[in-house]
Design a protein around this ligand. Structure first.
Ligand SMILES: [Fe+2]
Ligand SMILES: [Fe+2]
Length: 443
């Protein structure tokens, strides 16, 4: 059941600015928003769901009689009391000043990064929407993709609303200007290549990217939103609950596309073979993991009541979901196609087995093993940087291996291995993530 909500708007000039932003960046939204269009896709495909609008939404607040568990859906609205951290038991904050500098500062930073991810996804979706490949998809899938991209634009609206609605309360001693206003301005002017999270700086190569990205990257978004639904800052908690409902649609769209590429690959009757799907998966899985941040971190967010889980806990749950509901299901589908009458769990898929890459593969941020020559199964190889790049070209998408982002990766990797020895400072021991890929690192 979607959470009940109320529609809200930013102050008028900002509301207009955000609507112009969507008109410029994603004019295709009219096929969903305007009922006077020749093809009103919303009425055709999403009847019964409130029509997309470029506004904010805030979930209702429940009466607090029923405490929510820290997972799962909200009961009739978000819970009004803080459920963890140093403020546990208090009413959620409605003014960022109430919880002090540290809290407000962190909130602005989180909203800044979150806003960037929303803009970045709209820009990435443009590649698909501009391509002939979109027209090769069934009309419902085309409408789904346009809806996802438009909703990413609405998420930007929501982030801006959170900054705008408390416009004067982000100002505190020590800051020359208003961090809330500065962040809004920055968000509305940022360009691809400038995003803090690298996953959003990559230009997609094809529509396969769109499906795998929504399946893996939007799923990280779902985990982040879920954690923030329990935020001790009430406007965030109310905003995230509505965004979370939309995120389920995004991940569902991605998963559906991913499985259809898996099935076409297994039947060898589609545009992409299984190996191309796997390579694309390898790329986005590595980027998805970076989005959880350093897996030793996240405790301060819990103490302040901003997020409900540490980075490690969230990443582990994510790994479990991808392993059991995405990768395992992909192999079952391939097995059913190979041997329709056999038991899918007993069919030997050999080279066609779809695998979950190891968490150490192709990492550049966040963990100890960045810029190390790990293979997709987590085995540390004895390769020079140039030899390793050749290996990567066999397990990552071909278009990606001639991209600017890959050049950037190679240059950072070479810097790290200057003089033949890795220069990056080793960090302290950290708990091993639940083993992905089933391989033991040879380190
Ligand atoms: Fe989003
Ligand atoms: Fe999304």
């Amino acid at each position: 059941m979607p959470v009940p909500y109320t529609k809200i708007e930013c102050t008028k000039p900002l509301h207009q600015r955000l609507n112009h932003w969507l008109d410029n960046f994603f004019p295709e939204h009219v096929t969903l928003t305007r009922s006077d269009q020749k093809s009103d896709n919303w009425r055709k495909f999403f009847k019964g769901t409130p029509r997309f609008e470029m506004t904010g939404k805030i979930a209702d607040v429940n009466d607090g009689s029923k405490a929510d568990p820290l997972t799962g859906r909200q009961h009739g609205g978000v819970y009004p009391y803080i459920q963890f951290g140093m403020y546990e038991g208090q009413e959620k904050f409605t003014n960022p000043r109430d919880a002090g500098y540290n809290f407000a500062d962190r909130l602005v930073q989180i909203l800044d990064v979150q806003g960037q991810t929303e803009i970045g996804s709209v820009q990435q979706h443009r590649v698909t929407v501009n391509s002939d490949e979109l027209l090769s998809m069934p009309p419902k899938v085309q409408a789904d993709i346009i809806r996802v991209a438009a909703e990413e634009g609405r998420h930007l609206y929501q982030v801006v609303w959170m900054l705008d609605s408390q416009r004067d309360n982000w100002v505190w001693t020590g800051h020359a200007s208003n961090p809330g206003e500065d962040t809004i301005d920055k968000l509305l002017n940022i360009q691809m290549g400038e995003y803090r999270l690298e996953a959003f700086n990559i230009k997609w190569g094809n529509i396969l990217d769109a499906g795998v990205y929504m399946c893996l990257i939007d799923l990280v978004g779902k985990y982040q939103l879920e954690m923030q639904t329990f935020s001790s800052y009430l406007p965030m908690s109310r905003s995230m609950a509505c965004m979370l409902d939309e995120e389920f649609f995004h991940t569902g769209t991605g998963r559906g596309m991913f499985f259809s590429y898996i099935e076409q690959g297994a039947k060898e009757n589609g545009r992409y073979c299984l190996n191309e799907v796997q390579r694309t998966f390898n790329l986005w899985f590595a980027y998805a993991l970076e989005m959880f941040g350093d897996i030793r971190g996240g405790q301060t967010n819990i103490t302040l009541g901003i997020k409900a889980k540490t980075n490690y806990e969230a990443q582990n749950e994510y790994l479990h979901e991808v392993r059991t509901q995405v990768v395992r299901s992909a192999n079952r589908r391939i097995a059913q196609i190979r041997e329709p009458k056999g038991d899918p769990s007993k069919v030997d898929l050999g080279e066609d087995t779809f695998y979950l890459p190891d968490t150490k593969f192709f990492r550049r941020q966040s963990i100890e093993e960045i810029f190390e020559p790990y293979d997709v199964h987590g085995r540390l190889m004895k390769l020079t940087p140039e030899e390793y790049f050749k290996y990567l070209a066999t397990v990552l998408p071909e278009y990606y291996c001639i991209s600017e982002d890959f050049e950037r990766y190679k240059s950072h990797y070479r810097d790290a291995w200057k003089d033949g020895a890795k220069q990056i400072k080793k960090h302290l021991e950290f708990p091993e993530a639940e083993g992905a890929g089933g391989a033991v690192p040879m380190k």
